[in-house]
Design a protein around this ligand. Structure first.
Ligand code: XMP
Length: 512
């Protein structure tokens, strides 16, 4: 598979560059900015993109690169900080700036049309975000385009196949940015459009078969997108050699266990062991109110139950996990870039390190949007492929204070109403998460002619890119009203509904 390498200088957009190029049908891999030229050569990259970055090239700890990377003989595209680096390394001049410039501009071409800008419309919108700027071009370079805020919007040394952009082609504000990245991948690097989800499924199935041979593979299926797609993919590759284990910890959403059993057990005929461990979990959680203790208890019990179930399904040499590409990238943290600090929450409760398994991670190469496309390609229903994230400890972190079966039942029913109304109104797929939280307080109300003294539900709806930061969603009042009256009317035990208008930070998405 042809690959374009992306050197990460700490831009919040590095992963976006990788995804955009993949959308053009060319596979990409992200490398630490210090990667040696030799490594890239051995990996056989067909082209290299230098990402932007928050640092000034003059800063004391400014990320540097191996200069030999520019000489390995494949095309190089520097974006923003990447362009500054090329300028500095090849004898140009970079002017220091102590403030960043943000904003829109439009592109105007100069001289012969560069291959990089082929098919781009004159005047089309571009998006800038830069500190330093190139002041004098290195020898051999020419200007291919200018913009309102830069005489060096696009530059090139077409003979040496080195290109630079002062603006960001990867962001959606750059109207024809994807065309520019496609030009780089196809016209300049000569890559074909080989990266499709069909081709991914095909070569991953072959790779899985080669790795496991006739061996048996165990997968913890949570019903979330990643483990569901991993299950479908492994099943496609090795059929009955796959053994899935689904643990019902009693903290799942309404009908969740049934959905998983029907889809994977009955419909897809996957070997699925469903363990109803809810009583054990709830017994251990009795009287526990501290959020961290709840999480610990659930994590430990999950491992115990999973281990027991694993032994009962027979000997297996392999353990599959739904690890995704963002967990694999060796990200850089420069200048406090939040995108680089992302840590994923432990998967399905966290499995012990000393298990004697060889890992199978069929989704390691994929971004989340690609995982979803693979799921669709494998025929998984929309309800599973497009579902919102759900935390490993489940409703335990949304049932504040002590967890009891009665409170869980109230929460489950209220949550069901929230999901149902979000889906009916078309909002479910527009937001990151939408759910109910049960507060451990009762308040007074009137129902009919009677005084009530019941629980309060908080509705939490947030939008987010990655769960690290989030904004509360301004849902229409009518929808909020509908959610509220349905919860009050349909869920016994609730007489008050509030809407959480806290963003993250300062609030977390979950309440515990
Ligand atoms: P917070 O509450 O930390 O949540 O703002 C950020 C995102 O992570 C999810 N989350 C978890 N996921 N195990 C998980 O698998 C966990 O323990 C866990 N805690 C929070 C949360 O739903 C949100 O999407």
């Amino acid at each position: 598979m042809e690959v374009i390498g992306i050197l990460d200088f700490g831009s919040q957009y590095t992963q976006v560059i990788a995804r955009r190029v993949r959308e053009c049908g060319v596979y990409t891999e992200i490398f630490h900015h210090k990667v040696k030229a030799r490594v890239l050569r051995e990996r056989g990259v067909r082209g290299i993109i230098l990402s932007g970055g928050p640092a000034s090239v003059y800063a004391r700890n400014a990320p540097k690169m191996d200069p030999a990377v520019l000489g390995i003989g494949v095309p190089v595209l520097g974006i923003c900080y990447g362009l500054q680096l090329i300028g500095g390394l090849m004898g140009g001049e970079v002017a220091r700036s102590d403030h960043r410039e943000y904003g829109k501009g439009s592109i105007r071409f100069r001289g012969r049309r560069s291959d990089l800008l082929s098919g781009v419309t004159a005047g089309s919108q571009i998006w800038n975000s830069h500190g330093d700027r190139l002041e004098r071009l290195p020898k051999g370079f020419r200007v291919a385009a200018i913009s309102e805020n830069s005489p060096y919007a696009a530059v090139e040394d077409a003979d040496r196949r080195i290109y630079g952009l002062q603006f960001h082609p990867e962001v959606s504000h750059t109207a024809e940015g994807k065309k520019i990245l496609a030009n780089f991948a196809h016209k300049i690097c000569g890559c074909r459009s080989e990266w499709t989800m069909r081709s991914f499924i095909q070569h991953t199935c072959e790779a899985i078969r080669a790795q496991v041979g006739p061996g048996r593979v165990i997968l913890g299926l949570s019903g979330g997108v990643d483990s569901s797609v991993a299950a479908a993919l492994l099943h496609e590759a090795i059929g009955d050699q796959l053994r899935c284990i689904f643990v019902d910890n009693g903290l799942l959403r309404k009908n969740e266990a049934r959905l998983v059993e029907e889809q994977f057990g009955k419909h897809m005929r996957i070997h699925l062991k469903c363990v109803d461990a809810s009583r054990g979990f709830l017994r251990l959680l009795r009287g526990v109110t501290d959020p961290e203790r709840k999480r610990k208890i659930i994590g430990n019990e999950f491992i115990r139950v999973f281990e027991r179930a694993r032994r009962s399904v027979g000997k297996a040499k392999f353990l599959a996990q739904g690890t995704l590409y963002p967990d694999v990238i060796e990200s850089v943290s420069i200048g406090g870039n939040p995108a680089a600090l992302i840590k994923s929450h432990h998967n399905v409760g966290g499995l012990p390190d000393d298990m004697e398994f060889e890992l199978v991670e069929p989704l390691r190469q994929l971004f989340k949007d690609e995982v979803r496309r693979v799921g669709e390609e494998l025929g998984l229903p929309r309800e599973i492929v497009w579902r919102q994230p759900f935390p490993g400890p489940g409703l335990a972190v949304r049932c504040l204070g002590e967890i009891t079966p009665e409170k869980l039942e109230i929460l489950r029913n209220a949550d069901w109403v929230v999901i149902d109304e979000m889906k009916r109104s078309g909002w479910y797929h527009k937001v990151w998460q939408s759910f109910a939280v049960l507060l451990p307080v009762r308040s007074v109300g009137v129902m009919g002619d009677e005084r009530s003294y019941d629980y309060t539900i908080a509705v939490r709806v947030v939008e987010s890119q990655d769960g690290m930061t989030a904004d509360w969603v301004k849902l229409p009042y009518e929808l909020l009203g509908q959610i509220s009256s349905r919860i009050i009317n349909e869920v016994k035990g609730v007489n008050r509904v509030t809407f959480d208008i806290t963003s993250k930070p300062p609030g977390t998405i979950e309440w515990e």
